[in-house]
Design a protein. Structure first.
Length: 131
């Protein structure tokens, strides 16, 4: 999963050999009943490039929508479906609630969180990533 996001970011940057691409890590887990939570761990400025930002000097960073592109790439590669399939298989073995599985398969939710690396002291963790 991290390799997919690294390729997306790499394609957008003028200097893809820098810290941002090499800092990208992914953690994924199913939380709740139907929610797949993907944590993106990367250099703190990833969020500004993804979401865009207005700068103190009147400048603007246009959003690059890395996370939206990543979501599409995960679906295209079948990764999201594979994660849910493994989860539903485990769930069915542990709790044979066939009806609940059918409902869960129809109501999947993908949520992103962001953990900033190398952030300056004034950086506040917990800002949402735009998708």
């Amino acid at each position: 999963m991290a390799a997919l996001l690294k390729r997306i970011v790499d394609a957008e940057l003028a200097d893809p050999e820098g810290t941002l691409v090499s800092s990208i890590r992914i953690n994924a887990k199913i939380t709740g009943f139907q929610k797949l939570e993907i944590q993106i761990v990367a250099a703190y400025y990833f969020i500004f490039l993804n979401n865009g930002a207005y700068l103190w000097n009147g400048g603007k960073i246009a959003p690059r929508d890395f996370v939206s592109q990543f979501t599409i790439a995960l679906d295209d590669a079948g990764i999201t479906a594979e994660i849910y399939d493994q989860y539903f298989e485990w769930l069915l073995k542990k709790y044979p609630l066939v009806e609940a599985i059918k409902v869960a398969e129809k109501n999947q939710k993908l949520v992103y969180t962001f953990e900033a690396l190398f952030a300056p002291p004034e950086f506040v963790q917990g800002f949402p990533l735009d998708v």
